[in-house]
Design a protein around this ligand. Sequence first.
Ligand code: SF4
Length: 484
Amino acid sequence: MKCNKSKPINDQLLGSWIRCRRKAWLEIYGDKQKKLWTAHSTLQLNHQNDCFNKLSQKSYGIGIKACEEGKNIAYGIRLKYPLIKNRIIKVNLPIVKKTSGKSIWGNFSYQPLLARQGKKVTREHRLKLAMAGLLINNLQKYQVQKGLILHNANNNIKIEKIKLTDNMNKELINSLLSLERDLESTNPPPITSNRKKCTICSWRKDCDAIAIKEGHLSEVSGIGPKRELLLKQVGIKSIKELSKIKHYKLKEELERFGPHHGDISRQIILQSQSQITNEVIRINPEITLNNFKKANGFLIYDIESDPDIKHDFLHGFIRIKNNIYNEIDLKKIKYSPLLNLEKDSESFLWKRIKRKLNYHKELPILHYGETEPISLLKLGLRQGENSQEIDALKKRFIDIHLLIRECWCLPVRNYGLKSIAEFIGFQWSDSNADGARALLWWRQWKKSRKLNNIYSKNLNSIFKYNQDDCLATLMIAKWLIEQE
Ligand code: SF4
């Protein structure tokens, strides 16, 4: 591998490096053919454009010329400067905003502005702002004091002011120097131990294959970065080593770091054994599934949400008319999608959901994970449902994810719906569909539905994806019963 000393570092590469050092290296030297498309970058870009569009200003222009003319907003500013020795640093600023100050253009200056998704301001946001700030300072010959971060809170654009401090600038320069060192290496940095980051990364296919081949501890469900570190400190460096240690011995070793650290030892050893041998291991055999073994029918329920505005836009149900032991013809199952177009039109939605739930009052409601009951119960409470009704509804939920976790160690890297359903042989109609893509389909459809029909097929894709989530939940429930 040839290292590329002259390649400029830009704000995007810095963002990748902050998320995972290896990702930045792969962006430069990785085989692009191995890169997967993910919906996340499109969602992020669309979100940024929405935020910027809502920042309506009468006086605006394009490029540095707009700054020279003192416009309120300047779009599309490209800057570069060697912030660190021998390395050009580039930023592409989609937008900068006029503020007070004394720049080379007059009694005003410009400040950087970015849009964020997610719940809070992260290190990535702060360092990107600092980087933009330093390059703007160099251009306008005036030190900008604050950067702005826009975010969409319940369809209102909120602006946060972030002070650009010397400490932030120091942290930025140190990060750029570390990033440069990584880029000068002929080998990629190690796979991150926080593998949750990998789920939305376009390099995951490549990294997963390496982590599996090398038996990384982070491959074991239940081992995050902290636990991995503790295991390494007690001399366990791979899945194989973990699978061979005695439970009481590991418990004793881990309890040195605090009494609670030993609690997980049995579970992670069994999990590693399942993954090494590729075999299922039954745990807690005393747990029986009587409540849904006997039921003569089920509702299966799954939600699709837009997390940025806390909007559950689709409540999907399927109904099984028979006992779960009976043969199930997936093609004949009726799917009911209940769409909630606007967040503030919940009362009609609740009436429809309630009608459905009451019509099949005797049926348990299967779901995968805790999101569905929490959202549905909260919806009922917001709509003034009485406490007896809410308690009765609560008792109907059966969490298949919880049962799988309590009863089985499976040879899978995580216990998400997709991973478990694929393990038992279920396949989604669209193998590339996932929650992020469904969200992208939804936002595209919602935006364009009154204007054109380019995205009209998106709604069917969302329904199909949600229906498959329900069917996957059903098939896992059936698998659970069949193993008893
Ligand atoms: S898949 Fe994970 S380890 Fe690999 S580059 Fe992405 S975040 Fe880093």
